[in-house]
Design a protein around this ligand. Structure first.
Ligand SMILES: Cc1cc2nc3c(=O)[nH]c(=O)nc-3n(C[C@H](O)[C@H](O)[C@H](O)COP(=O)(O)OP(=O)(O)OC[C@H]3O[C@@H](n4cnc5c(N)ncnc54)[C@H](O)[C@@H]3O)c2cc1C
Length: 448
């Protein structure tokens, strides 16, 4: 391996540096800045949202409790929902009661989802960041870091033209792949004990669905609400018209009348950290999508005239590297609904593990469960925090909390923690969790 001498052209200093502007990074940055921290966010794309925008993933999974009765993810998430609705870019989770197009005709776990427009999400998240005083640097990729003992002292990033350095007091890794943690020599993990990851999928959007016809078909064929055209898809797989992809129909209505389709998938294990492997997968996925569209036109009532609106610009990576935190949030914690003293998120999403042959579910008690702050703080790098996909969790707990509402709630919590750490000159682990909880509750979060 050759080492490269970095010629730094611009230097930044701030209190909190956030790496990665997906939904977790957005929430972390807004929340840190609102606590008074001078906050800078670097993002390698040209807008915020990550998987929610570049990946065209929709809808936001449920923010309700397991019975679908009460909204339990609130705080900054509720504010985002409100702002999106005011811009006509979302349907209230309270109005999504499952069983219709917005929930993909599903009921289990799909009460309280939130359909949204990814273009509106880009604009609204950006405005919330700028209003809070976050400095945004797009087209800027984290490439390295320096440490002083157990602390990160500086990170390096590159845009198309220059190398920049960012000196901060606290760093939040919301790259979705624990990229900063890896560069900082923090302990990380990836996949399960065998390193097996959930499948990657490329989402796409279509127009031209005859919703009246599709709704009526689903209404008149109750078996489809569990089978979701499995037989037609299986037949397509054996006769070569649907050579690969999900075993069930998965599509969700968006507020603007287009539909998001989640049916293309990489059937083999993809090395999500390798650019060459990702490139091949994306080329294959776009070919697959063309076949899926044709399959849907031929086989699904109401989809005879669909047109492709867009394929995701980035393949959706469900699972990647994660940090090892002070706590590893695990299946048993969920099954026993362990009420961590330092809980900062309460949620109830089911444990969905996506594999080649469909989704498998691990049992949990169908109760709310609690994410502790300590699984969002690096075990061995004192000023490194994370949220969202890079949290410290086993594969089961990860499979439940990787969806967008908990990611936002985690981001909100670590933003507050990082801001306090920066202000008080503490390591992240020294920040009193009761103070973080007090601020979260003041912002409307539910932590019971
Ligand atoms: C196929 C698929 C289907 C899903 N379905 C749903 C669903 O229906 N509902 C739901 O709620 N959730 C769903 N999820 C889960 C959810 O979308 C993600 O887990 C969540 O959006 C992750 O957010 P994040 O901010 O943690 O990470 P990401 O969205 O991965 O964001 C990371 C950001 O960091 C940036 N970045 C990465 N590396 C660098 C770097 N070196 N320098 C600078 N920036 C960098 C990226 O550009 C990106 O913007 C799905 C996920 C996938 C992949």
């Amino acid at each position: 391996m050759k080492s490269v001498v970095l010629n730094v052209q611009r230097e930044y200093e701030c209190d909190v540096a956030v790496c990665g502007g997906g939904v977790s990074g957005f929430a972390a940055a807004v929340s840190a800045a609102r606590q008074g921290a001078n906050t800078l966010l670097i993002e390698n794309g040209g807008f915020l949202g990550g998987t929610a925008t570049k990946g065209l993933v929709a809808p936001f999974m449920t923010c309700y409790d397991a019975k679908g009765e009460k909204q339990i993810i609130k705080g900054l998430f509720a504010e985002l929902v409100q702002n999106l609705m005011e811009e006509g870019g979302a349907v209230s989770p309270a109005d999504c009661r499952g069983g219709d197009g917005y929930s993909g005709y599903r009921t289990a776990g799909h009460i309280g989802v939130m359909p949204f427009e990814s273009e509106v999400l880009k604009r609204v998240t950006e405005k919330m960041c700028l209003d809070a005083g976050v400095r945004l640097l797009y087209h800027t990729t984290l490439i390295g870091c320096e440490k002083d003992g157990n602390k990160i002292s500086c990170i390096y990033a590159a845009d198309n033209n220059s190398i920049i350095s960012v000196k901060a007091k606290a760093y939040i890794d919301t790259t979705g792949s624990a990229a900063l943690a890896e560069k900082a020599g923090a302990e990380t993990m990836r996949g399960n004990d065998d390193g097996v990851l959930q499948t990657a999928s490329m989402f796409f959007t279509v127009s031209g669905v005859d919703k009246t016809a599709l709704d009526a078909y689903m209404q008149n064929h109750p078996d489809m609400r569990s089978r979701f055209f499995m037989d037609e898809i299986a037949a397509g797989k054996s006769n070569g018209t649907f050579p690969c992809g999900t075993p069930k129909l998965r599509m969700f209505e968006n507020p603007d009348g287009t539909w998001t389709v989640n049916m293309a998938q990489v059937d083999t294990q993809l090395n999500e950290l390798d650019g060459e492997a990702i490139t091949s997968a994306e080329i294959e996925q776009r070919k697959q999508i063309a076949m899926i569209i044709e399959f849907l036109r031929q086989n699904i009532t109401g989809m005879e005239n669909i047109q492709l609106v867009a394929t995701a610009s980035d393949i959706g990576i469900r699972e990647s590297r994660r940090i090892v935190g002070k706590t590893i949030f695990c299946l048993e914690d969920m099954q026993t609904a362990k009420k961590f003293e330092d809980r900062v998120v309460v949620c109830a999403n089911s444990i969905d593990m996506h594999g080649k042959d469909g989704v498998s579910y691990a049992a949990h008690k169908n109760e709310n469960y609690y994410i502790p702050l300590s699984c969002l703080i690096s075990k061995n790098v004192d000023n490194l925090l994370t949220a969202g996909k890079s949290l410290s969790a086993d594969k089961y707990a990860f499979a439940a909390v990787r969806v967008m509402p908990p990611c936002i709630a985690m981001g909100e919590a670590v933003g507050i923690t990082a801001a306090i750490a920066a202000e008080k000159g503490m390591s992240a682990g020294e920040v009193p969790y009761k103070e973080v909880q007090r601020i979260l509750i003041g912002n409307g979060a539910y932590l019971e």
